[in-house]
Ligand binder design. Sequence first.
Ligand code: AMP
Length: 308
Amino acid sequence: MSKLLIVGTVAFDAIETPFGKTDKILGGSAPYIGLSASQFNVNSAIVSVVGGDFPDKHLDLLRHHNIDISAVEIIPSGKTFFWSGRYHNDMNTRDTLSTELNVLSDFQPVVPTNFKDANVIVLGNLHPLVQLSVLDQTTNEDALVILDTMNFWMDNTLEDLMQVIKRVDVITINDEEARQLSKESSLVVAARKIQEMGPKYVVIKKGEHGALLFNQENVFFAPALPLEEVFDPTGAGDTFAGGFAGFLTKTNDFSFENMKKAVIYGSALASFCVEKFGTERMCNLEAKEVFRRLQLFKNLTQFDIELT
Ligand code: AMP
């Protein structure tokens, strides 16, 4: 069975949207990626770190989704990574109010022996040196390496991040971050420049406006499902990455054609994530609901046109 290795933050999030506010709830890039990928019943493991303040119930939740969390280190005297953000009225943009690295500051990740040969590796959003260390511990040269990152790491650790970017096959990044990284305003030019930095595939996420997949001269576009209500966009990008990676792990086919399908799965799963606060919707998501949504995606994008 194919294996998926995930490294990312396991966090407390405090979120404010026009619809309400949460106290410290389960967040972080890794839970969103893991929960989303669990829809594909793949063998997955998370490498991360939490403090002694992290409740067992959150770890149990990940275990119940068949995610191996033996490499989530618990530092009893430390505090868990904390992030808080406030969304603007359009729900497309947000301000980060606080990022407290806490136990992440000097985290030395250890990849479980049975996941060193993973077929797909997701370097979820966290410190690039941690991402590099995970990559250095893996052994499968044919593994597909997917990187997700954000402006925080571009602002604070750009040199380290460039070392990671050089070594990955796919990068998933949002439109603003693609512009920041490439210093280009056109996303097509930005994608080309980012490919020159290393990744053969560039996925640019555009929130409610869908996602673009670039590979050399090929471009594929997947819309986001038009939803009546977006409750909380937190984690949508990570959920996208988890769905994308989960599908590719299950099918073990890393061709451009198959990546197009992975983009659709990622988009469909992300459309659930935003319906409730935090990870709530992803925790109780059934396969038949995903199936129905994929059908909606198909209807949304299929058309017959006679070109004579
Ligand atoms: P997304 O909405 O997809 O960008 O993901 C939001 C999640 O990323 C939240 O659950 C945060 O805990 C986590 N997060 C926020 N900032 C960072 C950061 N600098 N590094 C890693 N994870 C972060």
